[in-house]
Design a binder for this molecule. Structure first.
Ligand code: FMN
Length: 190
């Protein structure tokens, strides 16, 4: 059997009372029903990253970057803040620097009318600059369609969208994992 793809789910917002963990718990449960992936949650609220870019990180900051470095692929969970993504997320992407190289990134977004899709579209060129591949399929939640139990009201539709995203990420993740393993120049540079 192929080794499961290691995916880090990054919770991109950090503010008190944020909605992100509700979406993250649902996504984690969906991913947990699969045997072809292993998903861990990387929560920016726990990462203790400094407000400015520096290579001098706290032990928790270093552990966060190491967690990301150990993943084969990423799912970035982002809300929309003023038609873009949160500053906390940009800081984490910049700080983690080289971990993204030659790996795929998928998105789960949420927000008002646009469901966070404007944030997603602005994240794509950022990841391209970092030599990551962003995958086409996305999951997006418009106007917080979750019930009191923290489940999407359209449970089936949401789960189907998550499955399509994870399948897409799995294809790219396996292909790029193999390519990285076969590329001596890449491993020397990494
Ligand atoms: C500073 C700020 C700006 C926002 N701007 C937008 C926006 O441009 N479009 C939108 O659909 N929602 C916007 N929202 C609503 C957020 O997407 C929504 O509150 C979401 O829950 C924020 O994610 P969080 O709860 O994980 O922090 C904004 C929220 C904040 C705090």
């Amino acid at each position: 059997m192929t080794t499961p793809l290691r995916i880090a789910l990054i919770i991109g917002s950090t503010r008190e009372g944020r909605f992100g963990p509700t979406v993250a718990r649902w996504f984690e449960a969906v991913a947990g029903r699969r045997t072809d992936i292993e998903l861990t949650v990387a929560d920016l609220a726990d990462a203790d990253l400094p407000a400015h870019w520096t290579s001098d990180l706290s032990p928790r900051g270093r552990a966060f970057v190491e967690q990301l470095a150990g993943a084969d692929a990423y799912v970035v969970l982002t809300p929309e803040y003023n038609h873009s993504f949160p500053a906390s997320l940009k800081q984490a992407i910049d700080t983690a620097g080289r971990v993204w190289r030659r790996k795929p990134v998928g998105f789960v977004s949420y927000g008002g009318l646009s469901g966070g899709l404007r944030a997603v579209e602005q994240l794509r060129p950022v990841f391209a600059e970092l030599h990551a591949t962003t995958v086409r399929e996305t999951v997006s939640f418009h106007q917080f369609p979750f019930d009191e139990a923290g489940q999407p009201r359209d449970h089936e539709g949401a789960e189907q969208a998550a499955t399509v995203l994870l399948d897409d990420l799995l294809w790219w993740g396996r292909a790029l994992r193999t390519a990285r393993g076969n590329d001596e120049a890449w491993s020397e540079a990494a």
